[in-house]
Ligand binder design. Sequence first.
Ligand SMILES: [Zn+2]
Length: 320
Amino acid sequence: MPFSEIIGQDRAIAVLRRSISMGRVAHAYLFSGIEGCGKRKSALAFIQAVFCGREEACGVCSCCKKVANGQHPDLHILEPDGAFIKIDQVRELQKELSYRPFEAPKKACIIDGADKLNLSSGNALLKTLEEPPGDALMILIAPERSAVLQTILSRCQALQFQPLAAELIEGRLVRDRFPAEAARVAATLSGGSLKRGIEIATDGVLEGRGSFLERIIALNLKDVSALFAAAEEFAADKEGLPGLLELLLSFLRDILIYRSTPGALANADLEQLIAREAARCPESRVMELIEQLVAMRRMLARNVNARLALEVFFMRFAAR
Ligand SMILES: [Zn+2]
């Protein structure tokens, strides 16, 4: 994966390219940004370029090919084993980095989940970050800087990766042969994550979207058993729930903007449904629901009882 394949991260990539051309590659970097915005791909492209000895990797030498295939003996990738990166994993990595490189100019590693280093594994890593053996290149990846131990952060050159613009994601999905309509909707629902955009365009989220929303809209306080059943069912789908809430949020936003900018709907194919709700629901009420939904999402991220939270939200929604 050359740098040129990565979309929307021009600033971070310019910094990386310059560090190669000036011969000033740092020991340790921290790439932060939301999931699916290109951090790991950029790390691989950077390591490939450093191994290849050029600002942009040639892509055809044996070193480049091995990095691309994930089989380079001098590249080590560390990921959480369970909830955390454990101290034994860090020690194993340190041992690997202490060997002489087989064929690359230096050893390199990607620690994908630097926010999952706990105090002991993080402390174990500190000295290696300061003085990597044999001038090794270390790239740490995390969703946000604040999630990384301060002691780790202070030893890395930090690079911020931006959420991707919806147009960029849409363009990439179309290039990758997703139907134009699916690409557009998935891009607007992706929250700036290409990975999420691909997931939405690929899995059943889009097809099930209309019927999911119809069902939520039909919930009413006269039939609380149906309301509670829906809360229970959606709460049980732990994997799918964040996507469904994202969908509901985009739908509420569409209701809000329908009167002013009907051409800018994320769910343009559901315009009839949106128009109906916009006619029925005052703007202030929609705003409140959006606020409540955002607050609920935050609570769910902290492992609040999902069924209970959904019940409360659905009751508020049904009373709109
Ligand atoms: Zn090469």
